[in-house]
Write a protein that binds this ligand. Structure first.
Ligand code: ZN
Length: 136
């Protein structure tokens, strides 16, 4: 098994406000801004080598990221790890007693397949398993 960091998800109040830092200081552009209605977010990906920073702005206060911001404020929301096979990683997680959020692998951003593991069972870090390279 070889794993990589697919992306680091960051919850933000405003993509436009947050992107100023990437434009003004790091002088990089986002790959695009996409609304993912199923997850209740608007997403901007910033390429960092083979990985990305995924900026997440909630579509409303009742979304998962909206609730996260109300409770914890802006900051790192999840860590996405690229694995060879999400279904097999989920089966191992289930077998060893980790708490899965998604019952089955599901479509993620850019044509990937993803599943989330609850932070209660992974030392406080919401983990996203990702299979496939995102197409932006
Ligand atoms: Zn993510």
């Amino acid at each position: 098994m070889s794993i990589k960091i697919a992306h680091v998800g960051v919850a933000v109040n405003s993509l436009q406000e947050t992107l100023r830092f990437y434009h003004e200081v790091l002088q990089v552009q986002e790959k695009g801004i996409t609304e993912v209605e199923r997850d209740g977010v608007t997403v901007a990906f910033i390429g960092v080598g083979e990985s990305n920073i995924e900026l997440l702005e909630p579509l409303g206060p009742d979304t998962n990221v909206g609730k996260f911001l109300a409770k914890r404020g802006e900051g790192i929301h999840h860590l996405a790890i690229r694995v060879d096979n999400v279904a097999e990683a989920m089966a191992r997680a289930r077998k060893h007693g980790y708490q899965l959020i998604d019952p089955e692998p599901r479509p993620g951003a850019g044509g990937t397949t993803v599943a989330f593991i609850h932070p209660k069972s992974t030392s406080g870090v919401l983990m996203e398993l990702v299979e496939g390279e995102p197409q932006h």
